[in-house]
Design a protein around this ligand. Structure first.
Ligand SMILES: [Zn+2]
Length: 299
């Protein structure tokens, strides 16, 4: 019997074999969650209780560990850069989360300084401040935040981010459960106004994969992250349509590795293996698992 510690090391070895086999210097994961401990524990409690936004699914968290250990795990996997995706579910929270994330990026220099926003008075000011403080990526959660991304109060802010060329990872698809403003229609209204916005559609837009691929084909600054897509877990109830695989191949320069670490109900390695089993080849995998994000973030 191996100890839990040995199991983790064994997984790290397999993850490292995956990227070294592709000739990569490591992985870049644009969708990992780090947030203040008590917020993260609330998120975990929510998954434990199968809250409505989890789609009522059994969702055991694989990497329920202390922060230092979670960082060490990513480094053990050879993740060269990652993010601290965090998001408010109500007004008055984003500024505080942004302060925490700035401090986290100082403590973990391999984390791309992340910030968030919410449609509320003052949003443009604190977003501008976060940019000045060095934020390199934003997270917006349309499902949990339950707001319309095309809300007038965000108009200037999207313009600011588009001009700065700072990417926004947005959970705007309707998986695992739809929200009032999920789906392509609301975000398409934002892109019509701000076509240069560097939108990264989280989870490949699941389950509206094809509609979000349409958006990426229409706007050359729209990208998609792989977070949880193609995994056995997601394929069970939100399968990626096989007929869309050629479009995935064609958009290879705009797909970025994301995982949802640590809040995933399977090992990290599984996300990598399912990308490989798509059969799109090593050049595609190199771009998705490292090079596209390295270009986007000048790493
Ligand atoms: Zn996530």
């Amino acid at each position: 019997m191996s100890s839990p510690h040995a199991v983790v090391s064994e997984e790290a070895g397999e993850v490292r074999r995956f990227w070294s086999g592709l000739g990569l210097p490591g992985l870049i994961d644009v969708h990992t969650h780090f947030m203040p401990e008590r917020v993260l524990h609330k998120v975990w409690d929510y998954f434990d209780a199968n809250g409505p936004l989890t789609g009522g699914l059994e969702w055991p968290i694989t990497y329920r560990k202390e922060e230092a250990e979670r960082i060490a795990l990513l480094r053990g996997f050879g993740v060269r850069a990652f993010t601290s995706m965090l998001y408010p579910h109500k007004p008055g929270m984003a500024r505080w989360l942004n302060d925490w994330a700035a401090d986290f990026a100082r403590r973990a220099p391999d984390c791309l300084h992340t910030a968030t926003l919410y449609p509320e008075p003052g949003v443009e000011t604190y977003v501008r401040r976060a940019l000045e403080a060095g934020a390199r990526v934003f997270k917006a959660h349309v499902q949990v935040g339950a707001y319309d991304p095309a809300d007038e109060r965000l108009r200037q802010t999207w313009g600011l981010l588009a001009e700065a060329g700072v990417p926004v990872v947005m959970h705007c698809g309707s998986g695992p459960a739809p929200g009032k403003h999920t789906g392509t229609e609301p975000i398409a209204r934002v892109l019509a106004r701000h076509p240069k916005l560097r939108l990264i559609v989280a989870h490949m837009g699941m389950p509206e994969y094809e509609e979000f691929l349409d958006l990426a084909e229409r706007y050359d600054q729209v990208r998609l992250d792989t977070t949880m897509a193609f995994t056995d877990f997601s394929e069970d109830f939100m399968p990626f349509p096989r007929r869309a695989l050629p479009r995935l191949a064609d958009l290879g320069e705009r797909i970025l590795l994301g995982t949802d670490f640590p809040n995933i109900p399977y090992p990290y390695l599984h996300q990598l293996q399912v990308l490989e089993r798509l059969g799109l080849g090593p050049a595609w995998l190199r771009a998705v698992c490292h090079d596209n994000a390295a270009d986007l973030f000048s790493l």
